[in-house]
Design a binder for this molecule. Sequence first.
Ligand SMILES: Nc1ncnc2c1ncn2[C@@H]1O[C@H](COP(=O)(O)OP(=O)(O)OP(=O)(O)O)[C@@H](O)[C@H]1O
Length: 284
Amino acid sequence: MQPTVQPSAAARAPGTPPPVVEIRGLWTQFGPEDRPVVIHRDLALTVERGEMVSLVGGSGTGKTVLLRQMLGLEHPARGTVVVLGQPAAQMGRKGAASRVGMLFQQGALFSAFSVLDNIAFPLRELGTLPDDLVRAAAYVKLQMVGLGPQHANKRPSDLSGGMIKRVALARALIMDPPLLLLDEPTAGLDPHASDEFCELLHSLHAELGITMVMVTHDLDTLFTLSSRVAVLAEQKVLFTGPPTEVARIQHPFIHDFFQGERGRRAMTPMAAVAPASAPAPSQP
Ligand SMILES: Nc1ncnc2c1ncn2[C@@H]1O[C@H](COP(=O)(O)OP(=O)(O)OP(=O)(O)O)[C@@H](O)[C@H]1O
């Protein structure tokens, strides 16, 4: 298999909209300077507008760190992370939620706040709108994630796992960001709640055209939601491509991930995945 290389910004056809995320030459390392632990080595990844990209990789390959770098919460040792045409590091805290929404793994709701105040938080903190408009916007988002107004005054402790995810999603969307980052969106949900949450994300993607980048270990979620998978291995994005094509690549991580019992179950509706020589997914 001879993977092709994703076009860089310089090679893009004239008139093509700029990528939503463009990561080039990224090095991430932790630990002392003289004995650093290198997590990412010359990593590259481009995400185009409207894509739903799943990041997969073994434990510790730096998937969550990569999301945090896209959010501008962490900075690489070297390389560039450009989000919506601007270096992620310069995004600034205030107003960042209008550019990038983040769904954290456990929801990260404020336990002392009501559902409505949790959803309203980023907009209220911005301080640009009167409070009645902030509350109205939060009610719209509550409805958008499939929750009725009767839930507005509940506390997070009154909610099921699926509802917590929905409230966290409503908060991530409060400022209509064009990019949504999701860390394990269905982790901790039972299969029914997980399917419902995937359906919600799918319909929001169709309605809003929002670009999504998610980390997931769940193959059902991956196959339901990804237009493309990016595999982190060997300290970089080693392969990207549609899920069914990536699943055919001969690589130890991919084999274990897709051909394990969970993988075979998730892929049952597909034709049996025989090792194939083509089509070739691309390198990032
Ligand atoms: N602030 C930090 N300081 C030191 N090491 C860190 C820091 N943040 C992350 N790491 C290390 O970087 C590596 C990558 O972490 P990360 O959480 O991104 O992995 P991951 O691919 O998301 O793993 P998992 O699938 O297990 O959640 C891990 O070894 C982690 O311990």
